[in-house]
Design a binder for this molecule. Sequence first.
Ligand SMILES: *Cc1c(COP(=O)(O)O)cnc(C)c1O
Length: 392
Amino acid sequence: MTEITPVPLLDLKPQYRALRDEITAAVTAVMESQHFILGPEVEALEREVASYCACPHGVGVSSGTDALLVALMALDLGPGDEVVTPAYSFFATAGSVARLGAKPLFVDIEPGTFNLDVAALETAMSDRTRVLLPVHLFGQMADMDPVLDLARRHEVVVVEDAAQAIGAEERGRRAGSLGELGCFSFYPTKNLGAFGDGGLVTAQSDERAEQLRQLRNHGHRDKYYSATVGGNFRLDALQAAVLRVKLRHLDSWSEARQRNARRYRELFADADLVAEAAAGGEVRERRGVVLPAERGDCRHIYNQFVVSVHRDTRPGLLEDLRRRGIGHEIYYPVPLHLQECFSELGYAEGSFPVAELAARQSFALPIYPELTEEQQVGVVTAIAESLGRRAA
Ligand SMILES: *Cc1c(COP(=O)(O)O)cnc(C)c1O
């Protein structure tokens, strides 16, 4: 076995070290101001992120989860309402719907991109459907034209879960700018990560933006006068200060992630490991790796680089990677429709075969911007040796 230096799934330290002086100055300025909640730093961040996302408005909130929650609250979603959303995403996408007493209606994903299968959308909708909630998973946008077209025809609202997709584009259009509302997360593992939790909602109309600003602060229209019931979903000035420094570097980081993705494609090809999945997404080859599909005319920002292997091969392979210190993670081991908390929705195993296969076959590899070619060679070598040994 080749000697391989361990590679973490994500290492935020090099990014921090490179920006330490800038960040320290920005954080110190907030501390000197002693203005910690909302205020000028948050307002500046909102303008900058809105402009980055090609949206007229941005409203800073406490997390990506709260971005989804407050967006759906602004649409007055509640019991009796339904939201159509993919069966394969981070939990919060569906959790935010359920927390408001509304019902998530799931659709399967397409193999390759892991994004929602737009062909399945219309049949999933009912006359109670009020929102379509596509997710731009792993940093690549879902196919939005059919979603937008369907929403127009059925007079329902589109909310984008763009938590993993800040700066992603589809035919020149930015994630978060196509739906009525777009939800972003600044969780530290996202391409633009805070020093803690944070999030933002983009909005197309002045009215919605104003409504979001009220809802994130107890529904206050004027101080202590509430027309609606909101909550505390506010963003801290310290987080905004950190994020403003980082935003200036976001494009270079996303480009480095794209370079790393290209490098993986070359390295897996050189190792003769690239496999194709069957039509339904199943990986039948035991000594191969299916690479993530890139849609044409898209800017994929590679928040994650998710590969798939034969389902019987994955446990042993991941065990080998764990032993050799190669970072990896399964996003996500349980599709949303099979989560215990959603059992009352009545989805059986087999309802969404592509999502279920993804849960059994896929896993993420390190893709962070500062990853070196040598580290990527180590990752691919470890995978090649494990698959070679186990298939022999
Ligand atoms: C991260 C994430 C969220 C939630 O964001 P938090 O900031 O962690 O609350 C929602 N949806 C998706 C797809 C995510 O990846």
